[in-house]
Design a protein around this ligand. Structure first.
Ligand code: FES
Length: 577
């Protein structure tokens, strides 16, 4: 029987025409040095590269792109690299999260508008991974991901130190008078020793692990160090493989099934992943029409214990995770609950990958029978203070504080917090609950990572190292503490959080998943009237800020822009050439 005729490639609409339009499309590509025979109908592979010199997390991507290109050429494709917004987490103000959706828009429009048949996404720093994936998912081409890879382990006084996690620890130690400024500066020099993303299980490595859980990259993509030659080989093989995916028309929507998202959540729990992943995965699911809620994280997270011993939930760093077997070994240890039939872009199912995997260092990757810790997913708390949910990461919290009642010490916004937290007159003790408002998606805007606010100096000096903190903010994936985040609706959107006052009693019942402000309804109604009357108009009146504030959804819906949910497809209906 004759083969079914292959569907024409998108790119032939531009490069396959022997007329004026084809002349224009080809000629202005030939000007880049491409020979005639490249326009022979071969798959055109975009390489969307978030490379920049703005942060170490992205700086290795230029070289990785060259390895992807080698593989594409070798497999008979035509690689075309183009830039995408870099989103350097540690450099952008007011917060990189404000721009995740802008990157997603940029990628979506670039992929659809250009004559591309498939795409390799190159990203690493926290928001680049979800931003790239969200945009690509809405266009629905064949897609593969190559991550930056983690930087080498940090070093300080002969010991390993981890990105972010040890910064928080050292800065508290300096404030408490337990570390000198000279040592602090020495730690700064030793923390980021190479290209690559944060070497803890922060948001970047969590998202990279999740990309493996989703099946959108080759095995070990999450963990191979940025400077390891095996990562370059992985990029090379990705280049070969994406050409094959185009030939098979294996689009991202065929990989991003409900099962794939469930595997991603299982991996998230097993690695002790960042709370930020909850927002990013919900937003990505929204792009492909998969129903996913915060409750899926709470429910599925209970199916696996903490299997990976990495900071901030554990002890080791990404280089050690790579040596121990990486995400494939975690998939094996997840065992019977793994959705093993889920397809991956490698051509293997997750079950195939798990079956071939091995754990080499049991101190770093545990087993279901001898885990690193109990269930470490996220808990979703609800009550009058968070009717649409708030989350807490129990593995990063003090267990005793997960069931707690205390009086609120309220900060109306981050500036109020900074001005007040170290005031010796501040009425606060270890039982108090620090409440921060104005840091949600609309309120900041962009929902910064400030939910793990540092403790008042006078309590640090008394030896206090953790307190309950509640906010509509996010926190860095490298952070720890009893930190209740993503309170929805946020204060700016009129959530009850806006009405909390100093001295109010708040009750947290983590195991019962409750978060209650113990103030009666009549008093809350009175406060709401006053809050409405006191509101000042937003200072953000134009540009991206304005569009973002007007259209961003709350954290429980993934903080995507409301008009970006769903797909646009790869179809372009008009032709101006
Ligand atoms: Fe880029 Fe941590 S700052 S990954």
């Amino acid at each position: 029987m004759a083969d079914a005729p292959r569907k024409p490639l998108r790119s032939t609409r531009s490069y396959g025409k022997l007329d004026r339009d084809g002349f224009i499309h080809r000629s202005w590509m030939k000007g880049t040095g491409v020979p005639e025979d490249v326009f022979d109908g071969r798959p055109v592979i975009g390489i969307a590269n978030t490379w920049s010199e703005l942060v170490t997390c992205q700086v290795g991507l230029k070289q990785l792109a060259e390895h992807v290109k080698r593989g594409v050429w070798e497999a008979g494709g035509f690689p075309i690299e183009f830039p995408a917004m870099s989103l350097p987490e540690t450099q952008m103000r007011p917060t990189a999260m404000l721009y995740r959706n802008l990157l997603a828009m940029e990628v979506e429009e670039s992929l659809r508008a250009n004559p591309l048949d498939g795409v390799v996404l190159l990203g690493g720093c926290d928001k680049t991974t979800p931003g790239l994936l969200m945009g690509a998912a809405s266009v629905d081409l064949p897609v593969m991901f190559v991550s930056s890879g983690p930087m080498l382990n940090g070093k300080f006084r002969g010991k390993d130190i981890g990105s972010g996690t040890d910064v928080w620890r050292f800065s508290e130690a300096v404030r408490a008078g337990e570390m000198t400024l000279a040592d602090f500066m020495a730690a700064e020099r030793g923390m980021s020793r190479s290209a690559g993303v944060c070497n803890t299980m922060g948001t970047a490595s969590t998202m990279a692990s999740i990309v493996e859980g989703l099946g959108l990259c080759l095995p070990e993509n999450a963990t191979l160090p940025a400077v390891d030659s095996r990562r370059q080989a992985l990029a090379h093989i990705t280049g070969r493989r994406i050409v094959q995916l185009v030939k098979e028309d294996l689009r991202i929507s065929r990989v991003l099934t409900r099962e794939a998202f469930e595997n991603a959540i299982l991996v998230h729990a097993a690695v002790g992943g960042s709370t930020n992943a909850v927002i990013h995965l919900i937003a990505l699911a929204g792009r492909v029409g998969v129903e996913l809620t915060q409750d899926d994280f709470d429910r599925l997270g209970r199916e696996v214990p903490l299997l990976v011993n990495l900071k901030p939930s554990g002890q080791y760093l990404m280089e050690n995770f790579s040596d121990a077997g990486g995400v494939p070994a975690v998939l094996k240890e997840i065992g019977p609950v793994l959705r093993s039939g889920a397809l991956t872009v490698s051509g293997l199912t997750q079950g195939d990958i798990a079956a071939a995997a091995e754990t080499f260092i049991p101190e770093v990757i545990g087993t279901r029978e001898a885990p690193i810790g109990p269930s470490s997913g996220v808990w979703v708390l609800r009550g009058n203070l968070a009717p649409d949910g708030a989350i807490v990461k129990p593995s990063a919290a003090t267990p005793a504080l997960l069931t707690h009642k205390g009086r609120a010490v309220v900060f109306e916004n981050i500036e109020h917090y900074k001005a007040r937290v170290d005031d010796p007159e501040l009425e606060v003790d270890a039982q108090s609950i620090l409440v921060l408002k104005g840091c949600g998606p609309k309120g900041y805007p962009g929902m910064p990572e400030v939910g793990n606010m540092a403790l008042p100096r006078k309590l640090l000096e008394q030896g206090v190292r953790d307190m309950v903190r509640i906010s509509d903010a996010r926190m860095s994936g490298t952070a720890y503490g009893t930190v209740i985040l993503h309170v929805s609706p946020e204060a700016e959107a009129g959530g009850v959080l806006a009405l909390v006052q100093d001295g109010d009693l708040i009750e947290i019942d983590g195991p019962g998943r409750r978060l209650e402000l113990l103030v009666d309804d009549a008093e809350l109604a009175r406060r709401r009237q006053a809050w409405e009357a006191d509101r000042t108009p937003s200072q953000f009146t134009r540009g991206w800020y304005r569009l973002y504030i007007d259209t961003v959804m709350q954290a429980d819906r993934g903080a995507d822009l409301d008009f970006l949910v769903g797909k646009s497809s790869s179809e372009v209906l008009r032709e101006s050439h």
